[in-house]
Design a protein around this ligand. Structure first.
Ligand code: AMP
Ligand code: MG
Length: 332
């Protein structure tokens, strides 16, 4: 590890001590087009295969409900459904939808769970990438069919008003992390670090009493800014970034993060936003929302809502980082 430029530590420290004689186990696998990894304290010998299967099953539930890449998932069925149809959502899907709708309302649509058609049009969804970006008229049409305000949601059933394509990719990985943390707790492994595709959550401490230290994901070219290291003790961190997925088209970088208010990929100059929160689902949704809002609006949002966020900006002068007041309060 490099030397950390700053460390982020939680204000609350849990009194649970690690069990004597525990060792760190690591389990890994594939999910949601990426990798998952859990580290946890456990006895030297136990039924690791059973826990591995329980974790994989937990993730299959998330994918089976919320992946638009699976034709039989609940979300794909909803996306294909005719206008004016109501859909009973399974509890996990409903929980994610409730958070997605709250963040959509708070961010005034910068985060929008109905961005699916726009995401597909720009080549980041299941249909894949066409030979060129969508012509203006086509993305304008898609804009008229999307918008979280078109949804009717009574906490259990969701209306398909017609043509809405849900995409929960900006929040489902974080939810998957939270589900794995709950799964580990149920199996009695309360000291753990969970990761799904770069989104992380840690609880308790390692057998040596140290917290689960992680370095915030940074754009590789911004390494000059130094490392921000976090003690994930009852905390999660999620990162969104325009550099993480995208393609060059006619000299312009098309990021996988779309501004649902304009229908085009973001060009805010923000390379990444990392959010620290107790729940990984919240951190995931908020990091996407702040990436779309950009530095000024995003910082104002973080200040107003007490969000702990690290913004990495790229401009002609180079790289700068900005910490929201809630993150500054945790920084040493
Ligand atoms: P994340 O890496 O968490 O920021 O999620 C990015 C993914 O969420 C993209 O690949 C899209 O599938 C989807 N997405 C893109 N823009 C938005 C947006 N403004 N609101 C919600 N989901 C989005
Ligand atoms: Mg996200």
């Amino acid at each position: 590890m490099n030397l950390a430029r700053r460390v982020i530590v939680p204000l609350d420290v849990s009194p649970i001590a690690p069990a004597l004689g525990a060792v760190v186990h690591t389990l890994e696998g594939g999910t949601m087009g990426t990798r998952w990894c859990v580290k946890f304290n456990g006895p030297r010998q136990f039924d690791v295969a059973r826990l591995h299967a329980a974790i994989q099953l937990e993730l299959e539930v998330v994918v089976g409900q919320m992946s638009p890449w699976e034709a039989d998932s609940d979300i794909s069925r909803y996306n294909r459904a005719g206008p004016s149809s109501w859909h009973a959502l399974p509890p996990e899907f409903a929980q994610v939808m409730a958070c997605a709708m709250r963040v959509a309302a708070d961010s005034r649509g910068a985060f929008d769970p109905t961005a699916g058609e726009l995401v597909n049009l720009w080549g980041f969804g299941p249909p894949g990438r066409g030979s060129s970006p969508p012509p203006q008229g086509v993305s304008d049409d898609a804009l008229t069919r999307s918008g979280w305000q078109r949804l009717c949601w009574d906490g259990g059933k969701l209306l398909q008003p017609g043509g809405v394509q849900l995409d929960l990719s900006a929040i489902a990985k974080g939810f998957g992390v939270d589900q794995l943390a709950r799964c580990l707790n149920r199996h009695g492994f309360e000291h753990h670090l969970v990761e799904v595709g770069g989104e992380l959550r840690g609880t308790g401490v390692r057998p040596d009493g140290q917290p689960w230290w992680v370095d915030v994901q940074m754009p590789p070219a911004a390494h000059g800014l130094g490392v921000t290291r976090i003690a994930l003790h009852g905390l999660s961190v999620a990162t969104s970034g325009d550099y993480l997925r995208g393609y060059f088209d006619d000299g312009a970088w098309r990021s996988h993060t779309i501004d649902p208010r304009t229908g085009v990929p973001i060009a805010s100059g923000l390379a990444s936003v990392s959010v620290v929160h107790a729940q990984c689902m919240e951190a995931d949704a908020l990091s996407t929302a702040l990436t779309v809002l950009g530095v000024d609006e995003g910082m104002a949002f973080a200040r107003e809502h007490g969000v702990a966020a690290l913004f990495i900006r790229r401009d002609a002068e180079g790289w700068t980082e900005l910490l929201s007041p809630a993150l500054q309060a945790l920084a040493q």
